[in-house]
Each structure stands twice: as structure tokens, then as C-alpha cells.
Design a protein around this ligand. Structure first.
Ligand code: NDP
Length: 447
């Protein structure tokens, strides 16, 4: 990064947010990729757009007290970052995981701003969460936690202000409990959360959206850049949560063979293909470890080392687990083994070095904010349906999702080409997303 304005902005971010490594990583990646655009647009500096863009509009941290099944009081820390509302109400998921802290929430809110812009829908960026660990908790404990979390959060959100959704650890059950508590406190039934149950305003195809979207994006990328498709390809998907499960289903429907999947304890390998309904039952119904897949398929192999999944040769890799799960060594191994494409279902699954290596080696690369935008896109569709008091069919939602995911790819691809390297989709995605937000910020004055 050579541009003085960008370097100064980044130095300030570093000073203001010491020790927030994930946040600094995300900001650096975005600022570096905007260099060509910033050089061409002096009005950005004149209007202080980047100084404002890297500072969240609002950051809320709060206490979440709840009583466990033994009656013991537990205290967690809750967060909501309302990152940027230039193009619409804040929108972004709630992550429940012991690793959640201010840095992770800020990195996710920052990235969400650009991702939401890429969808083409009027949504600003936000994110929230808590260091609460839902694993091993009873239904009652989950409910009491969610109610306590919403008892503070409700005063900061609203259907035209900030619309949270699910993320890691927050599925339909948790969204349901949070929605119930919001409705009870506010005495109003509005589309204040997305990812709701179908009987109370949820959109069909929301659970499938992120995983399906990654596959639609990947398929279009293969078609346009390599004149091929997912059909006949060997695919590895990391994780076995919401995104991974539906990426497995769509990749299989598109003719690929998904040969390996993982959870945080290990991975399974089955060269003949992993079965979608078994994984869905195992993970969504029984909530068991992925090692239990061997009870459905005796020929599958299990290894208790999730990272070793990247040593398996494949054509396409879809990391759908968590941030920084692929470092430079993992990516080098994948490329050595014949990888042609990688699209990110998870947020920031590749380290900076890993991403640079993929781009340098002309591997087709779908960056998270573009490739996994399907989830927030269908959340946006859920908001539209709630406002209309109307529900679209599964096919209608799926068709719109497919069309928009392909459009995102084409926009990013055109922008990458315009700036001189069709493979540099990081630059393409960041500039495409940023341009719209920056224009709106300038038009709205210094706010
Ligand atoms: P889930 O909690 O449903 O699933 C996460 C999965 O990843 C679990 O199987 C988990 O295993 C696994 N996992 C966690 N850490 C590791 C690791 N180090 N190695 C291998 N597997 C691991 O979350 P989602 O599927 O909803 O989200 C996954 C990612 O996708 C996140 O980065 C999220 O931000 C992103 N995302 C999600 C969207 C959505 O619509 N859900 C939208 C856009 C992005 P275990 O059970 O053992 O913890």
C-alpha cells in the first residue's frame, strides 16, 4: 500500500484498535485493494470518506446475565456493531461462540457493509454476538440466554434501523427465542430479525441460501473464466454447519462429488461422495459430531485433525467453517494437488498470504463478501416479504438468489478486469462494494 492517504488512515486504525488482529487484518486487506480506485478519486479524501468508513457508526457492548439449569447465575458479554448505514438499515448476523470479542465483531461488521452493498439490495452493515457457548446447553438455558440478550439489544434495533439474523451458533431456534422476546417487550410484530421460522415471517430457502449461493457463484465463475462447471468436479467442503450442509446439497445437485467435510474435531473422507440426507440428519436433527458419519457409511474414513482436510487432492475447495482456517501451507498443498477454484462460504477463511497465493497462481477465487452473500441476500428478501406481508415460493426465492449471485460474480469479474487482473477478485469485490457506499456517504454529507 503506497497511497499516503490510505497509509495514514490505516495508521490511525492501528492506533485506535490495538490488539484487534482480525479487525486490522480485514481493514488492511480492504484498504490495500482500494488503492487504484482511491488514486482515481480525490473527492474521497476531500470528503474524509475513508476516515469515516473505517470507524463504526456505533459499537454497543453489554452484560448478558442468565441462570443455568442449576440456578447458578452466568454472565456473558454481548455486542452489536452498527457499522455503516449509508445505503440502508444495519443488517448482519449474531454470532454465539466463545471466541467472540470486539475485534471479531468489528471485522465482521466492516466486511458485512461491503457484502451487503454487493447484493444490490438496500442494506447497511452490522454484526453482533456474544461469547456465550451454545454447545452442550439445554433448550431452557439457550432460551434464557437469548431472552436476556434481547432484553438489552431490543432498544438498539428495529425493522427500519437494524435487522439482525443468524450466524455461527445462532440458528432458527435462537432467532425464534430472540424474536419472541422482542415482540413481548415492544408489543409489535415486525420483521426485526431474519432467519425466522416459516410460521412467523421467515423466508423459504433462507436456511439453504448461503450454501446454495456459494455454489451458484462458483459455477458461474467456472463457466465464465474456464468454460467448465461444477459437474464432474471433486469438491472439499470444510465445516458441517448451516453453510456447509447446503453447499453439499447444491454442489451434488450440480453434478459435483463432495469427497470430504469436517467439524472442529476432525474430517470425513469418502471418494464416492458424502450423502446429504445423512449429514443433515446427523448435524441438524441429532446434533452429533461428524465422526458419527461412519455409522451411516462404513466405507468413509475419519481423521481427528480438521486442518488435514486440505491435504486431500480436489478440483474445488469451499471453506465453509470459520475465519483463518486456511493458511499459506494449506493453500500451497491444494494448488500442488491440482486445485482450480476456491470460493469462500465462511467469512475470511483464508489468511492474507493464502489469498495472495491463490491470486498469483491464477486459481479462480470467490472472496467471502461476494461468494457467501446469498445468506444476507435472502435475508433482504425476507425483509421485503415481511414489509409486503406476503410470502414467495421456494422456487421464486431460489431463482432470484441464483440470478443475483451470478450477477454479483459478473460485477466483480468486470471490475477486476477493468483494474487489470481478472483473477484479482479481492480488488474487484472490494471496489464494487465500496463504490456504492462511498457515493452514498458523499451524497449524505458529513454524518
Ligand atoms: P455453523 O455454526 O452452523 O457451522 C460452523 C461449522 O464449522 C460447524 O460444523 C463447526 O464445527 C465447524 N468448524 C468450526 N471451526 C472449525 C475448524 N477450525 N475446522 C473445521 N470446522 C470447524 O455456522 P454457519 O455454517 O452458519 O457459518 C459458517 C461460516 O459461514 C462462518 O464464518 C459464518 O460467519 C459464515 N457465514 C454464514 C452465513 C449463514 O447464512 N449462516 C452467511 C454468510 C457467512 P463444530 O460444530 O465442531 O464447532
Amino acid at each position: 500500500m503506497k497511497n499516503k492517504y490510505l497509509c495514514d488512515v490505516y495508521e490511525t486504525v492501528k492506533k485506535r484498535n490495538p490488539n484487534e488482529s482480525e479487525y486490522l487484518q480485514a481493514v488492511y486487506e480492504v484498504l490495500a485493494s482500494l488503492e487504484d480506485y482511491v488514486n482515481e478519486h480525490p473527492e474521497l479524501e476531500k470528503n474524509g470518506v475513508l476516515e469515516r468508513f473505517v470507524e463504526a457508526e456505533r459499537f454497543i457492548q453489554f452484560r448478558v446475565p442468565w441462570a443455568d439449569d442449576q440456578g447458578k447465575v452466568q454472565v456473558n458479554r454481548g455486542f452489536r456493531v452498527q457499522y455503516n448505514s449509508a445505503i440502508g438499515p444495519y443488517k448482519g448476523g449474531i454470532r454465539l461462540h466463545p471466541s467472540v470479542n470486539a475485534s471479531i465483531i468489528k471485522f465482521l461488521g466492516f466486511e458485512q457493509t461491503l457484502k451487503n452493498s454487493l447484493t444490490g439490495l438496500p442494506m447497511g452493515g452490522g454484526k453482533g454476538g456474544s461469547d456465550f457457548d451454545p454447545k452442550g446447553k439445554s433448550d431452557g438455558e439457550i432460551m434464557r440466554f437469548c431472552q436476556s440478550f434481547m432484553t438489552e439489544l431490543y432498544r438498539h434495533i428495529g425493522p427500519d434501523t437494524d435487522v439482525p439474523a443468524g450466524d455461527i451458533g445462532t440458528g432458527a431456534r435462537e432467532v425464534g427465542y430472540m424474536f419472541g422476546q422482542y415482540k413481548r417487550i415492544k408489543n409489535e410484530f415486525t420483521g426485526v430479525l431474519t432467519g425466522k421460522g416459516l410460521s412467523f415471517g421467515g423466508s423459504l430457502a433462507r436456511p439453504e441460501a448461503t450454501g446454495y449461493g456459494v455454489c451458484y457463484y462458483t459455477n458461474k465463475m467456472l463457466e465464465v473464466m474456464m468454460k467448465t462447471s461444477l459437474a464432474g468436479k471433486k469438491v472439499i467442503i470444510s465445516g458441517s454447519g448451516n453453510v456447509a450442509i447446503y453447499a453439499l446439497q447444491k454442489a451434488t445437485q450440480l453434478g459435483a462429488t463432495v469427497i470430504a467435510m469436517s467439524d472442529s474435531s476432525g474430517y470425513i473422507y469418502q471418494p464416492k461422495g458424502i450423502d446429504f440426507s445423512s449429514i443433515r440428519e446427523l448435524k441438524e436433527v441429532k446434533r452429533q459430531r461428524i465422526s458419527e458419519y461412519l455409522s451411516y457409511d462404513k466405507e468413509a474414513i475419519y481423521e481427528a485433525n480438521p486442518k488435514a482436510i486440505w491435504k486431500i487432492p480436489c478440483d474445488v475447495a469451499l471453506p465453509c467453517a470459520t475465519q483463518n482456517e486456511l493458511d499459506l501451507d494449506c493453500v500451497k498443498k491444494l494448488v500442488e494437488n491440482g486445485l482450480i477454484a476456491l470460493a469462500e462460504g465462511a467469512n475470511m477463511p483464508c489468511t492474507l498470504e493464502a489469498t495472495e497465493y491463490l491470486i498469483e497462481h491464477h486459481i479462480l477465487y470467490g472472496p467471502a463478501k461476494a461468494a457467501n452473500a446469498g445468506g444476507v441476500m435472502v435475508s433482504g428478501f425476507e425483509m421485503s416479504q415481511n414489509s409486503m406481508r406476503y410470502a414467495w415460493t421456494f422456487e421464486e426465492v431460489d431463482q432470484k438468489l441464483k440470478h443475483q449471485m451470478e450477477q454479483i460474480f459478473l460485477n466483480v469479474y468486470e471490475c477486476s478486469k477493468h483494474y487489470g487482473n481478472a483473477y484479482d477478485s479481492v480488488k474487484g469485490a472490494n471496489i464494487t462494494g465500496f463504490k456504492k457506499v462511498a457515493e452514498a456517504m458523499i451524497a449524505q454529507g458529513i454524518v
